[in-house]
Design a protein around this ligand. Structure first.
Ligand code: FUL
Ligand code: CA
Length: 486
């Protein structure tokens, strides 16, 4: 008996499983963590910029606004969140505190918060209501907590860092699972600072002691990804237009403005837009942009809401280039999304469903020039089975995958996904269509990663398509080839 028990203890379940699963190709380069892999599946999520600025018509509050100003007249978290879900978003990040320092929850760290607002006689908690509504509508919830605080008297001194961490602790422990923690890179300048009304500069590299703050998030919310200019999980894309570079790598080695290590607010921004091929860190890009010119609601911008077509273009330039699409939709003074924004969101949702509703390769037959270890586990069909956790792995040498659509179909979008647990392996591909008895190249693309959307200038009609890997740093591992008519 005793020796039997010892035997089973020496062979844990995971080890049994691993030895049963066929061994795939060796991973290449920097690899995503489990929390990053989960985040990669979200692709499209929302931002809600909401604070005293909504009532003062500003983008950056100075920090001297009376908390009493925050008084949405018809605040309804369900009505705020439902249009985001209808647009296809998978999560929503709320500005729990912006640079003005006003907290949307009744924090113990400052009086500058909803407790002292006219809204609901000081009894309201916008973070609670919005986080709960998000979950009711199937959205994950994330928090934006501005490090720069123009209200706090201690900003610029060590005491403030403790306050900032206490605020983070409250958010991470009181509002359910948090999927993303968002730290912007705005860092000091003039402000109210408890009445001092002065300019305070901080050392971007050292003041916040970011590693310690991130450690706190790891402890309290181990599944949350942490966003900043430089991660550690998700990086800024380097612009606020919502656009990744045509070639955009998930890997990067961020460098500070004057060389040396990078920090939030101190990074060579143009690198963020492209990433670095072969970079040592898996740090995929997130493309943030507002549906309006400003981040906060302004009456005068009601006529300047981006159209569904513009949003679709941004979707192709973010999600379609391996990054995520973070679209801001700011609530108005009622505490609702404005009608113009809601209309555009609904239109965009419909456009996405119409465009990506039918994968013409869903029932296709796939064959490959080679299969890793000639194993069934890595067969070509894995690229057309609608699952991200199965993949076609090529053997050594030229890698080509042919997808037989079974009939002539007209299409203008091809979607490719690499199997991310094995790293970003492919440098470039070409796509061919079968025409007049031969293959004809119809498109080329570079970096693939989580997702590459290839848009054809005009629809192609073909009975089959071929994806040719034209350059790779390791043998191809492709989890999806999909074809659409948009
Ligand atoms: C920036 C802020 O300064 C803007 O106001 C906005 O919140 C944007 C998303 O991040 O750093
Ligand atoms: Ca698959």
């Amino acid at each position: 008996m005793i020796s039997r028990r010892r035997f089973s203890a020496a062979l844990p379940f995971a080890a049994t499983l691993a030895s049963a699963a066929p061994k795939g190709p060796a991973p290449f380069g920097a690899l995503p963590s489990a929390r990053q892999l989960a985040w990669h599946e979200l692709e499209f999520y929302g931002f809600l910029h909401f604070t005293v600025n909504t009532f003062t018509d500003k983008e950056w509050g100075y920090g001297d606004e009376s908390p009493n100003l925050f008084n949405p007249t018809e605040f309804d978290a369900d009505r705020m969140v439902e249009p985001l879900a209808a647009a296809g978003m998978k999560g929503v990040i709320l500005t729990c505190k912006h640079h003005d320092g006003f907290c949307l929850w009744p924090t113990r760290t400052t009086e500058h918060c909803v407790r002292n607002s006219a809204w609901r006689g000081g009894k309201g908690d916008a973070v609670k209501e919005i986080s709960e509504a998000a979950r009711r509508h199937g959205l994950k919830f994330g928090v934006y907590l501005s490090p720069w605080d123009r209200n706090n008297a201690h900003y610029g001194r060590p005491e403030y860092i403790e306050t900032y961490r206490s605020q983070l602790r409250e958010l991470l422990t009181q509002y359910g699972p948090i999927y993303e923690v968002w730290h912007d890179g705005a860092n000091g300048g003039d402000g109210f600072y408890g009445g001092a009304r002065e300019k305070r500069q901080i050392d971007r590299k050292t003041y916040y002691d970011w590693p310690k703050t991130w450690e706190l998030t790891r402890t309290l919310a181990p599944n949350a990804v942490i966003f900043s200019d430089v991660g550690p999980d998700v990086r800024w894309v380097g612009n606020e237009r919502g656009i990744a570079n045509e070639t955009c790598w998930a890997t990067i080695d961020p460098v500070g403005r004057e060389g040396g290590p990078a920090a939030p607010g101190d990074v060579q921004e143009k690198d963020l837009t492209t990433g670095h091929r072969g970079g040592k860190r898996w740090l995929p890009a997130e493309c943030d942009v507002s549906i309006r010119p400003g981040w906060f609601w302004h009456e005068k911008e009601n006529g300047r809401v981006k159209s569904p077509e513009t949003l679709m273009d941004l979707y192709f330039k973010s999600v379609g280039r391996g990054a995520s699409f973070l679209l801001n939709v700011p609530p108005d003074r009622r505490g609702l999304l404005n009608e113009a924004d809601v209309q555009s969101l609904r239109g965009f949702g419909e456009l996405v469903r119409r465009t990506f509703g039918e994968n013409l390769a869903a029932k296709a037959r796939a064959t490959a020039s080679s299969v890793f270890a000639k194993g069934r586990a890595f067969r070509a069909e894995n690229a057309v089975d609608g699952r991200r956790d199965t993949y076609w792995a090529a053997g050594d040498g030229p890698a080509e995958l042919t997808v037989d659509l079974g009939r002539e179909a007209s299409f203008n979008i091809v979607r490719l996904r690499e199997y991310l647990p094995l790293g970003q392996r492919i440098d470039s591909v070409a796509v061919d269509a079968w025409r007049d008895g031969g293959w004809k190249e119809i498109a080329q693309a570079t970096s693939i990663g989580a997702c590459r959307l290839i848009r054809l200038a005009e629809p192609a009609a073909s009975t089959k398509i071929r994806v040719r890997v034209t350059k790779a740093s390791a043998s191809a591992a492709i989890s999806e080839v999909a074809v659409f008519k948009g």
